[in-house]
Design a protein around this ligand. Structure first.
Ligand SMILES: Nc1ncnc2c1ncn2[C@@H]1O[C@H](COP(=O)(O)OP(=O)(O)O)[C@@H](O)[C@H]1O
Ligand SMILES: [Mg+2]
Length: 406
């Protein structure tokens, strides 16, 4: 089993997928921008071979180089788990005639308007939306959809350049900010709580499913620095409140022709209890979401993903044992982390429920919270009881305080 795995170094959790592939018996051919000499030591044992390319995003160039590199080698799979590379992986598969999702299928997991059109065509509830390329198209869409609305890039990530717009006056200001963004999606604002629906699928049928709740919604996590974002996996996925989301998730995978691998969907639960589609990617969630799923079921999804992709089987138990919550912290002030308060009390309160404590240590420069949800580090807790897990998450969000100084 020879597998080409794009970008095995970045984002850092890609090393874990490379490990998974190697552990299920694949020879891993990595392709990335990191020079060979600079490959992390942890990754090296999992790679069978590696090709350094000047720019991983320059698709035609990468396709030519990889094709020349592997001429005469019989490759079985080409995969990528980082959003910007899923189409490139599909293009290489098509060029070489390999199994896996086509460029057309994968494009519907990238293009936020196309995905909504295909999901809606299957009779599922999506926000009303329009693809807009110019200011006048945006104004016309706003006129038609009414306020509040959301304007966001057609192939965005991490809530970048995403705005909730309440009025025409606000829209005028936002049009100026959006000038660099080519195509955008202008859509009906959906009020409600926001959740994920994650899956590892075989032929579009989930072998493993997960739901996590965002507290607050990602757009607020990204707009309000003082917030300590919480993401909490739901142990009891059979809870009646979530039934609509689970059904929506499974049907979206069918509607988009999902094949083998990870998907990360987001959906809204409205105050009336309706599940509304948000977006989906054919790759795992980032920001440690897969670690959270692993803590939820005490399994190794990095390896199980690889098993599904290589051999079409999933062997881990799918029983959900815990609600696993991650809490990202943002220091008050600029510069370098100076001190952390409240951590000792919180650790004592939570005891054995704490599974990770990775706050940046004093002396470390702050991360840019706008660029990465990882912020200034995180703590991760898990508990079989939702209310207890939720309480511990909120206690970390409010009780642990980090301070930075220039
Ligand atoms: N139609 C919508 N109604 C309400 N909130 C939305 C809508 N679209 C996006 N959002 C908010 O913006 C966030 C980012 O949008 P999303 O489509 O998920 O893009 P990204 O790829 O940047 O994650 C969502 O998680 C949600 O909080
Ligand atoms: Mg999103």
């Amino acid at each position: 089993m020879r597998v080409v795995f794009l970008a095995p170094v970045y984002p850092p959790e890609m090393i874990e997928y490379a490990r998974g592939l190697a552990e299920v018996g694949a020879a891993v051919y990595g392709v990335g921008e990191t020079p060979r000499d600079a490959l992390p030591g942890r990754l090296r044992p999992y790679l069978h071979d590696y090709l350094h390319v000047p720019r991983i995003m320059t698709e035609d160039d990468v396709i030519d180089r990889v094709t020349a590199w592997l001429r005469g080698v019989s490759v079985d799979r080409v995969v990528a788990n980082w959003e910007p590379l899923v189409i490139l992986a599909a293009r290489i598969r098509e060029r070489w005639g390999l199994p896996g999702m086509s460029v057309d299928t994968v494009t519907a997991f990238r293009d936020k308007q196309l995905m909504k059109e295909r999901v809606a065509a299957a009779g599922l509830r999506v926000p009303k939306s329009r693809r807009v390329r110019t200011e006048s198209e945006t104004l016309a869409a706003a006129e038609e959809l009414g306020y509040p609305l959301i304007v966001k890039p057609i192939a965005g990530a991490g809530s970048a350049d995403t705005y909730k717009v309440e009025s025409r006056t606000e829209l005028d200001g936002i049009l100026v900010k959006m000038r660099g963004v080519g195509e955008a999606s202008c859509e009906e604002y959906i009020d409600g709580e926001e959740f994920t629906f994650d899956a590892v699928s075989r032929g579009g049928i989930p072998a493993y499913e997960n739901i996590a709740q965002y507290l607050p919604k990602p757009l607020e996590m990204r707009s309000l620095e003082w917030v300590s974002p919480i993401i909490l996996t739901v142990r009891d996925m059979a809870h009646p409140r979530l039934a609509g989301g689970v059904a929506l998730g499974r049907n979206v995978l069918k509607a988009l022709g999902m094949g083998d691998g990870f998907t990360h969907m987001e959906w809204f639960l409205t105050p009336k209890g309706e599940a509304v589609f948000g977006e989906i990617g054919c790759r795992p969630g980032g920001a440690h979401l897969v670690d959270q799923m692993n803590y939820t079921s005490d399994i190794d999804l990095f390896r199980e993903w690889a098993r599904v992709v290589c051999w079409g089987t999933f062997e881990a138990p799918t029983t959900r044992l815990y609600n696993a919550g991650i809490i990202f912290k943002r220091a008050i002030g600029h510069g370098t982390i100076a001190r952390i308060e409240g951590l000792g009390d919180w650790l004592r309160m939570c005891g054995d429920s704490v599974v990770e404590e990775k706050l940046l240590r004093p002396g470390t420069p702050r991360r840019n919270w706008k660029n990465t949800l990882l912020s200034d580090g995180h703590v991760l807790v898990r508990h079989p009881d939702w209310a207890e897990a939720h309480r511990m998450c909120v206690a970390a969000a409010t009780g642990i305080r980090m301070y930075a100084e220039p």
